[in-house]
Structure formats: structure tokens, C-alpha cells
Design a binder for this molecule. Structure first.
Ligand code: SME
Length: 162
């Protein structure tokens, strides 16, 4: 088991500390599933007010459920469908303050009210997406988007090795 001394000061500091922890967890490990699993556990432990944290992988032209923390979730999501599918189709982060107002949102867990989805790209290829859900409306802001994009820039190349 790993213990990290992550003391949440500002949001910027929190993500910088999470980057250090994620680096330590994944630096010597080439297995993509192991690295996604530890990344999901890390974010679940240290980001407050989440009801789901995990990954969908780009497999055969659709998104397929990967390692996560939270309730059992939808397994396959077509590109362009829902928040995750929009991130995969556009390669752009989706910051959704109210999921009920997002056309095509896929309600895997009825408790979800806001969502942040970050595409993971390595060497020009979509590897998958990071999906964070919260039961609080507008839980995520631009600081979370920038922080998670930074984390996925670190993680992306470590998901493409096997
Ligand atoms: N709500 C997502 C589906 C994935 S679950 O939230 C885990 C979406 O609309 O893409």
C-alpha cells in the first residue's frame, strides 16, 4: 500500500502534489491497466466530492470501461455519445456543470450532477478518457480541468507501452 502526504492547500498545489504521487506510482510500470487502476484510486482518495473516478479506453472505435472507483458503470460508449463520447470525438476536455443539461448525457449513476472528462492522447493517438463524476452541481472548474489535463499528459505515455 502507498501513502502520500497530500495536504490540499490551493487547487494548484493539490494537483501538483497529485502529479508527484502519480509519477511515483507509474514511473517504472509498463502495464497500462495497473497504471489506470492506481490513478483511479489516487484521484478517488484525494479529490473530494466524487461518486465516480475512472477510465474508458479507446478500443476498436468505441470507448470501453477501464479501471475505476465507484458504482458499476456502462461498459461501452460510442464516440460522440454522452460526455465521454464527446471528449473522445472532439479530443477536447468536457467540463459539464449540470449533466441534466448536457444533450445525450449517459446516466450511469443517477446521483451524478456534474462531470469532467479529459481525453488522453499519446503520440497523436487517443488512448481513452479520464471520467470524474460528482453528486454536486458545478463541482469542477477550470482549475480541475487544467489539473487533470496535466495529470493525463503524464499518464498518457505510460498507458501506451504494452
Ligand atoms: N456519464 C457519462 C458516462 C460514464 S459514467 O458517468 C461512469 C457520459 O455521459 O459519458
Amino acid at each position: 500500500m502507498y501513502d502520500f502526504a497530500i495536504a490540499a492547500g490551493s487547487k494548484t498545489e493539490l494537483y501538483r502534489e497529485l502529479e508527484g504521487a502519480l509519477d511515483a506510482l507509474t514511473v517504472d510500470e509498463p502495464d497500462a491497466i495497473a497504471n489506470m487502476a492506481n490513478a483511479a484510486a489516487l484521484l478517488w482518495q484525494y479529490l473530494p466530492d466524487l461518486n465516480w473516478a475512472g477510465f474508458y479506453r479507446s478500443v476498436g472505435g468505441e470507448l470501453v470501461l477501464g479501471p475505476f472507483q465507484g458504482r458499476a458503470a456502462c461498459i461501452r460508449i460510442p464516440f460522440g455519445k454522452g460526455v465521454c463520447g464527446a471528449a473522445a470525438a472532439t479530443l477536447e476536455t468536457q467540463l459539464v456543470e449540470d449533466v441534466h443539461a448536457f444533450p445525450g448525457h449517459i446516466a450511469c449513476d443517477a446521483a451524478s450532477r456534474s462531470e469532467l472528462v479529459v481525453p488522453i492522447v499519446s503520440q497523436g493517438t487517443l488512448i481513452g478518457v479520464l471520467d470524474l463524476d460528482s453528486p454536486l452541481p458545478a463541482r469542477f472548474d477550470a482549475g480541475d480541468a487544467a489539473g487533470c489535463e496535466m495529470l493525463m499528459r503524464l499518464l498518457g505515455p505510460r498507458l501506451a507501452l504494452t
